[in-house]
Design a protein around this ligand. Structure first.
Ligand SMILES: C[S@@+](CC[C@H](N)C(=O)[O-])C[C@H]1O[C@@H](n2cnc3c(N)ncnc32)[C@H](O)[C@@H]1O
Length: 247
């Protein structure tokens, strides 16, 4: 299972690139299979729909059991809201005896929150947690409870899957929950399509963030009570979370 990094080749690890070059078969959501780049001669591509995670994992395990060298691809890190779970879980919960000899390996990648943070400084410099705002695979009540607890405990929050056409109101509700614990001046990193030609990264405030301007290709990093932001005099705005509470 191979993590492609946030976008493009720049942040793809050499280990991931080597695995992709060796693979006889590449399995994944269409957009991520396309992101691998042109297939080497003889390499077979198996693109599928985004919601087919379990079926895709089983297909990959079947191919590997038949002797193929398979790369299941995910954006970012494959262990963060991505395909590594589906593969490991299918092998555990619904095993096929044919898979016994399959040699499974997970190749990590740069996750979206790390890539976004690197662009503007160090907002993840102290305790943080990642929360997916998607309520497709978990109830919204669980999302709200986690947001409330994590914001209440003063974690920096990296929010993945912030919105989609099927989930139009959730982000505004999430910001309302976080706002119970944070000042409206709290720095928020809005990072869209990091690493791609369409990258746009900005530091705004919790009070000024308009949920209507956010899309699915965006990760948000909401600061803790100690996160700071400043302009460096050249037009660039930086954000960081101090490692020390001694202030
Ligand atoms: C299903 S999750 C996959 C996360 C991925 N495995 C990772 O580690 O980054 C998809 C979400 O990741 C975030 N994301 C993925 N790539 C991104 C990028 N290049 N720029 C900003 N956010 C990204 C967005 O929040 C998006 O909705």
């Amino acid at each position: 299972v191979v993590g492609l990094g946030p976008a493009g080749d720049e942040w793809r690890t050499p280990a991931a690139s080597a695995r992709l070059a060796e693979a006889t078969d590449v399995v994944g959501y269409q957009r991520y299979v396309d992101a691998v780049g042109p297939p080497r001669p003889g390499q077979v591509r198996h693109p599928s729909d985004n919601r087919q995670e379990a079926a895709r994992a089983r297909q990959a395990l079947d191919l590997a059991a038949s002797g193929r060298d398979v790369a299941v691809v995910s954006s970012g890190d494959p262990g963060v809201f991505a395909m590594a779970t589906a593969v490991v879980e299918e092998r555990h919960r619904r095993p096929d005896p044919a898979w016994e000899g399959v040699d499974l390996e997970v190749i990590p990648g740069v996750t979206a929150a790390s890539a976004a943070a690197a662009r503007i400084g160090a907002p993840l410099g102290h305790d943080f947690c990642t929360i997916s705002l998607s309520d497709v695979l978990k109830p919204w009540s669980v999302v709200e409870r986690r947001l409330d607890a994590a914001a209440g405990a003063d974690f920096v929050l990296a929010l993945y899957n912030p919105t989609s056409s099927q989930r139009p109101w959730q982000l505004a509700q999430a910001l309302e929950v976080i706002g119970r614990h944070r000042s409206e001046h709290t720095p928020v990193v809005v990072a869209r399509a990091v690493g791609s030609d369409e990258e746009a990264v900005a530091v705004v405030t919790l009070g000024s963030l308009d949920p209507g301007t956010i899309d699915m290709r965006t990760v948000l990093v909401v600061g803790s009570s100690t996160t700071e932001a400043y302009d460096d005099g050249t037009g660039r705005r930086w954000a960081y979370t101090p490692r020390s509470y001694e202030r």
